[in-house]
Design a protein around this ligand. Structure first.
Ligand code: FEO
Length: 397
């Protein structure tokens, strides 16, 4: 496995092949916690790994240098998937100062016993010379937490971007040109949608700052390192930060006795009469992670749930809660669903959730009592056509 980014700059992270849940994100292909070692007159380690893997991380560093030679451990982001190993490395490297911004120090002090740590608190724009190379620090608040920052090495045109441009993807390969680009970009899209979609504006601001740097390589804290396809991932991010719609519609539903499913099928039929990509998901069989990944670039979405005990079907409630938190923008849509003796919950509650998400409501909810009539199914088809016609106007990307 090639772990060398540049001469004397190496990956020293951990490949987590078996992780399948990352705070609710179903990580089908595992993840990596990337950390990097820069060997110079003074050595620096960029970021750490999850706590259970600190031993392997220290072994990788030890294989390249004495731990006594580590002068700096940089923490770009305090979330425990990157900071969990900090107590281990700070204990093992007696000469090292922990380099981070003030907000990060405050956050780390709330996570760990830091009483024995040496600190070097940096501000936006500060630099630390390692000898031949310089570390420059750029605050990137809310990408992904308030204390997040990038570390840039101008002599190497190398950006350590922590969560930004990352992918939850375990692989024997460390670089973007060692695997099919569509696989990597799909993982980057899933990561963006499920981790940082709600921070589109700060990410756009961060992208503007990054665009002013000369960058040959981006080393994120998850997944592969970008050295050949920077243009592609930058262009993708420019679309994702605004949830740019494409000619794609989604029909998402839960069902109890198949009535809402029949409505969903009719909506899909209508949408398929248009020149759009139509996707169809039952929340019982598709994880929220995949749904949110597809929602990122859809133009319109129809969401349905029957009424159960005056509210929603539980899996739909979970998906809507997850989606609301991630706040997809630039979408239109409508609610639908069947009911029995009470119209409370069901389609009304779905519509309420859609409004909270700022999805522009295209039409009133479609409601069928017990079983949809032929007339109701035709109304569903027409609503599907309406959604399809709306989505057709957007360019395929
Ligand atoms: Fe990979 Fe926000 O932590």
């Amino acid at each position: 496995m090639n772990t060398t980014l540049k001469e004397n700059i190496d990956w020293v992270g951990y490949i987590d092949w078996t992780v399948r849940d990352f705070h609710g994100y179903k990580t089908e292909s595992g993840s990596t916690y990337n950390a990097y070692l820069i060997r110079d007159e003074k050595c620096a380690v960029i970021d750490a790994v999850k706590a259970p893997f600190v031993g392997k991380y220290l072994d990788r560093i030890r294989a390249l240098t004495d731990l006594d030679k580590i002068a700096y451990v940089v923490c770009n982001h305090a979330e425990p998937d990157h900071s969990g190993g900090l107590p281990g490395i700070m204990a093992a490297c007696p000469q090292a100062a922990l380099v981070c911004n003030a907000k990060c120090r405050e956050t780390l002090e709330k996570h760990f016993d830091t009483s024995n740590w040496k600190w070097q608190v940096v501000e936006d724009g500060d630099e630390i010379s390692l000898g031949r190379r310089t570390l420059s620090f750029i605050n990137t608040p809310m990408v992904h937490w308030p204390e997040s920052m990038f570390t840039y090495v101008k002599e190497e045109k190398l950006l350590f971007s922590m969560d930004a441009f990352g992918q939850h993807h375990a692989s024997a390969f460390r670089f973007d040109d060692e695997e099919p680009l569509d696989v990597i970009l799909h993982e980057a899209k899933a990561y963006y949608a499920n981790i940082v979609m709600l921070y589109g504006r700060p990410i756009a601001q961060t992208m503007e700052r990054a665009a002013q740097l000369e960058i040959e390589m981006i080393a994120p804290s998850h997944g592969v390192i970008w050295r050949s396809h920077l243009k592609e991932v930058f262009e993708a991010y420019q679309k994702w930060v605004v949830c740019k719609p494409t000619p794609k519609v989604i029909v998402l539903y839960a069902t109890m006795w198949k009535a809402t499913e029949k409505m969903a099928e009719a909506i899909l039929e209508g949408a398929q009469e248009c020149n759009v990509e139509a996707r169809f998901y039952n929340v019982d069989t598709t994880h929220a992670t995949s749904i949110v990944t597809e929602v990122l670039d859809c133009a319109a979405i129809a969401i349905g749930s029957p009424t159960l005990n005056n509210t929603l079907m539980p899996h739909m409630a979970g998906v809507l809660c997850y989606m609301k938190g991630l706040r997809p923008t630039n979408k239109q849509g409508f609610a639908f669903g069947s009911y029995g003796w009470s119209k409370r919950g069901g389609a009304s509650e779905v519509e309420e959730a859609m409004k909270e998400m700022k999805i522009e409501i295209m039409r009133e909810p479609l409601r069928a009592q017990y079983v949809p009539t032929p007339e109701m199914l035709e109304a569903c088809r027409e609503a599907g056509r309406q959604m399809g016609r709306y989505a057709e106007q957007f360019a395929r990307t």
